[in-house]
Design a protein around this ligand. Structure first.
Ligand code: HEC
Length: 229
């Protein structure tokens, strides 16, 4: 019992109590916490862009992505590249996260279509071959009803989200999701563009745009027989 301990004046049922003040360290933490919180809140939560925990996190993710992208270099938006990453689980994760962040609002969580068309079926408006997906994403379509992402996403993100979408084709049973748009046409299965082999072996960039769009589909099966994933 220290000299600070004072007997309170009241008595209840014969019980008296001391007035024990909170220990000094406790009071310091209490006030310290309050005084720390004010500038902390003002700095991080006052809405200045780039400061909040979320912004820092997103920044870190973006930096990390850029670091990882050094591994694959800057991809070109062509059929060979989009086709190549279609079956690459590691990089498809990047495509999937781009999709979740930017595309779900209009194309829905499973790409079954909402405001934007169903991306899992065989009917496409602007796409004849697999690389066209990346081009639509880059440039947008229909007077920006489908927004252009060319200046908002890294080219690699565009390629990888295109590969991701390409891989979703047939992922829902036929008849589920949004019905094909009126101006959409059924297109043949994705196929490796001619020369793709050479590219994957030599890792040389290729320009694929010069070749004619329609060419004899050799190794392709009719879309109806494609099994749902
Ligand atoms: C604001 C809504 C909106 C967002 C967000 C959006 N889209 Fe679209 N998208 C559309 C609409 C609408 C169309 C149909 C355009 C048309 O009718 O020509 C479309 C068309 C497409 C097409 C072409 C489909 C076809 O049949 O040819 C692709 C591919 C596509 N979007 C991919 C994406 C990707 C990838 C993202 C995310 C990076 C995305 N979209 C985000 C609305 C959107």
């Amino acid at each position: 019992m220290s000299e600070k301990d004072q007997l309170r004046t009241h008595v209840y049922d014969g019980i008296q109590e001391y007035d024990n003040p909170m220990p000094g360290w406790w009071v310091m933490l209490f006030w310290g916490g309050i005084f720390f919180a004010i500038p902390y809140w003002l700095y991080y939560e006052s809405g200045v862009p780039g400061r909040s925990v979320y912004d820092n996190y997103n920044q870190a993710v973006a930096d990390n992505l850029r670091l990882q992208f050094e591994e694959i270099g800057e991809l070109s938006l062509d059929s060979a590249t989009v086709y190549k990453f279609k079956d690459d689980p590691k990089w498809l994760k990047v495509g999937a996260s781009v999709y979740e962040m930017h595309c779900v609002a209009c194309h829905a969580a499973k790409a079954e279509g909402k405001v934007g068309p169903n991306l899992t079926d065989d009917y496409w408006i602007h796409v004849k071959e697999i690389g066209d997906i990346a081009k639509v994403v880059e440039k947008g379509a229909n007077g920006q009803a489908m927004p252009a992402w060319g200046n908002r996403l890294h080219p690699n993100e565009i390629v990888l989200v295109a590969s991701y979408i390409a891989g979703l084709r047939g992922s829902l049973p036929a008849g589920t999701g949004k019905a094909p748009e009126k101006n959409a046409k059924q297109i043949p299965d994705w196929k490796a563009p001619a020369g793709e082999k050479a590219k994957t072996e030599a890792e040389s960039p290729q320009t694929d745009d010069s070749k004619p769009q329609k060419e004899a589909p050799e190794n392709e099966k009719p879309p109806e027989t494609k099994p749902a994933l």
